[in-house]
Design a protein around this ligand. Sequence first.
Ligand code: ADE
Length: 248
Amino acid sequence: MHPTGRIGIMAAMPEELQALLDVMPDETMVRRAGREFWVGHLHGRDVVAVLSRIGKVAAATTSTVLLTEFGVDQLLFTGVAGGLGDGVRVGDVVVADALMQHDMDASPLFPRFELPGLGLDALSPPGALTQQVRETVERVLSEVHLEALGLGQARVHQGLIISGDQFIHCAQACAGLRQALPQALAVEMEGAAVAQVCHDFQVPYAVVRTISDRADDDAHIDFPRFVSTVACHYSVAIIEALLRQMRP
Ligand code: ADE
């Protein structure tokens, strides 16, 4: 396929997608696979924005359609996640430099977490794009202050994000994940699936997650409040800053 220079933007939450559409001047909607894909421009770049839908299969379908039917040749995923790593607090942002499915377990046929057929358990987005995203997020976050929400200065972390088809909302589940994958910084429900699709199609991608909760007994309380007050504004600011910088 010829390079299109088109960037796919997958948003995990409707509030995030709406905030993005609010700053796109000319989007038109194309329906595929029961999803609404918004084709247009942002800061001079061709973009296609879409809601990922929740869970690994849904996110894999959405990303496959973006790559095969809309011909995007880079994919950015933004959303929220539960914080797992020490010092990864609500309001912080995690940029993935590796992604794993924490619920992949085909043992004893394959080692736990290994992706059958790939011989890998973790997938890594391209280093140069990850670095660019990290620097952009650092710049954006240095300009936001969340004291009004009782949150301190947000920090940027780079490392392993794990995905599975569960919303983790109890201390016991959280402790189990920390024990199995101690290097994991954050847990969510889509990133590793998107990574696998991009890996198969050899398309560069980045996954950025704002921490909305600590995946513990209070996760369901923190989550909705955080999405509307903080996360969607972060996502749009990060995407706008990235696209301005990527301008051809
Ligand atoms: N996304 C945001 N918070 C999450 C959590 N606690 N578990 C899974 N996905 C999430």
